[in-house]
Ligand binder design. Structure first.
Ligand SMILES: Cc1cc2nc3c(=O)[nH]c(=O)nc-3n(C[C@H](O)[C@H](O)[C@H](O)COP(=O)(O)O)c2cc1C
Length: 369
């Protein structure tokens, strides 16, 4: 039987004490009509906190830029009514003994135009270029780019004021911050475009502004090589490029990097260290010296995009994930679908109730409890 004890050792990120290594992955649920967290959202997060998830990352929640999203059921992270809802969420999580940070999100050019909370607002992006490389709008001025960065910092400030324990920036999956990282969508020639360091400058600017806004509160950024339109895409083709990329994020003041993969056991650079080599979080930890969160099909046998095609996933073993954690390849393990379906997943693993861990059922995408 798998020895899962390494998953239940405490960990610290910049003064934030976590009771174990299990993180609830950010998962958009579109269950906040009008953008306002409600009773159902309070109960949903509170239930997972009560069942020993070490750190909850909220679903992507929107910055104040009007074009941040294409779905008016995604929660806002600004404005009196939405923040009052979030206050109830964090209070419930704390009352249940949990820790939580919002994932601040701006969809950038991934947004479907003319939709969301403010259908008339234009979409933001580095260069007015779609994920398919088509020029559809003007490149925003530097002042506008700085306002996009400040919008995350304003959310981070509010998170601190509400009593959240940390903040995560969504810098992955071809959304706004990632569109600056990615050459396809970033064709700028000013300080925000060009080399990998310059394409990371928007994230760095955002991180620095967040740091001013939140002081000592831990700040995490989520990154990915893969894009929603291209799973084989690479921002960094070599460890050397990856080191330059994450070095900019570290130097700007981020405390941990959440490395999004679809399959946690997949090596990032197999040509360099073989088919059992380090995964993305392993490389990022080695190259940046920062704590990392790893993710992707933990406790399941197939990857998450199938969930959106109506696919379930059989429960899988945790052995190799635990071994890698134990070796120090990464520090924390984020769990998505398994926790979506079963709020008690973490406590069942801790108590070795493995026979109670069910397969992921496709219908879990549509239930909410
Ligand atoms: C329903 C659903 C919604 C998601 N929404 C987000 C999101 O808002 N932000 C984000 O960074 N990732 C999002 N993801 C990706 C998850 O955070 C996670 O990386 C992915 O599901 C892989 O983990 P898993 O295999 O344990 O499910 C979502 C995934 C699912 C299934």
């Amino acid at each position: 039987m798998t020895d899962v004890s390494p998953l239940f050792r405490p960990f610290q990120i910049r003064g934030l004490e976590l009771k174990n290594r299990i993180v609830m992955a950010p998962m958009t649920r579109s269950r906040s009509p009008g953008g306002f967290p409600n009773d159902d959202n309070v109960a949903y997060y509170g239930r997972r906190a009560a069942a020993d998830v070490g750190l909850i990352l909220s679903e992507g929640t929107l910055t104040r830029r009007r074009g941040a999203s294409d779905d008016a059921n995604i929660p806002l992270f600004w404005g009196e009514q939405a923040l009052a809802g979030w206050k109830r969420v964090i209070d419930a999580v704390h009352a249940a003994g949990g820790k939580m940070g919002p994932q601040l999100w701006h969809q950038g050019m991934s947004r479907k135009p003319n939709s969301g909370h403010f259908p008339d607002a234009p979409s933001d992006g580095p260069s007015g270029i779609t994920l398919r490389g088509k020029k559809v709008g003007e490149e925003p001025s530097e002042a506008e780019v700085l306002d996009m960065a400040q919008a995350y910092a304003d959310g981070a400030r509010d998170a601190k004021q509400l009593g959240f324990d940390c903040v995560e920036l969504h810098g992955a999956h071809a959304y706004l911050i990632d569109e600056f990282f990615w050459e396809v969508t970033n064709q700028r020639t000013d300080r925000f475009g060009g080399s990998i360091e310059r394409r990371a400058e928007f994230a760095a600017e955002t991180i620095r502004r967040c740091r001013v806004a939140i002081g000592e509160l831990p700040l995490i950024i989520r990154i990915s090589q893969w894009k929603s339109v291209d799973y084989a895409a690479k921002v960094a083709r070599t460890p050397e490029e990856l080191g330059r990329w994450v070095g900019v994020l570290r130097d700007a003041g981020v405390d941990a990097i959440h490395c999004s993969q679809r399959r946690i056991l997949e090596p990032e650079f197999p040509d360099v260290d073989g088919p059992k080599g380090l995964n993305l979080a392993g490389w990022v930890k080695k190259l940046s010296g920062l704590p990392t969160i790893s993710v992707g099909s933990v406790g399941l046998t197939s990857e998450f995009t199938g969930a959106f095609r109506g696919e379930g996933s059989a429960a899988g073993k945790l052995d190799e994930v635990v071994e890698r954690l134990e070796r120090g390849e990464f520090d924390l393990v984020a769990v998505g679908r398994a926790l979506l379906q079963d709020p008690e997943w973490a406590v069942k693993v801790q108590q070795r109730r493995f026979d109670e861990l069910r397969d992921y059922d496709a219908s879990a995408l549509f239930t909410y409890f």
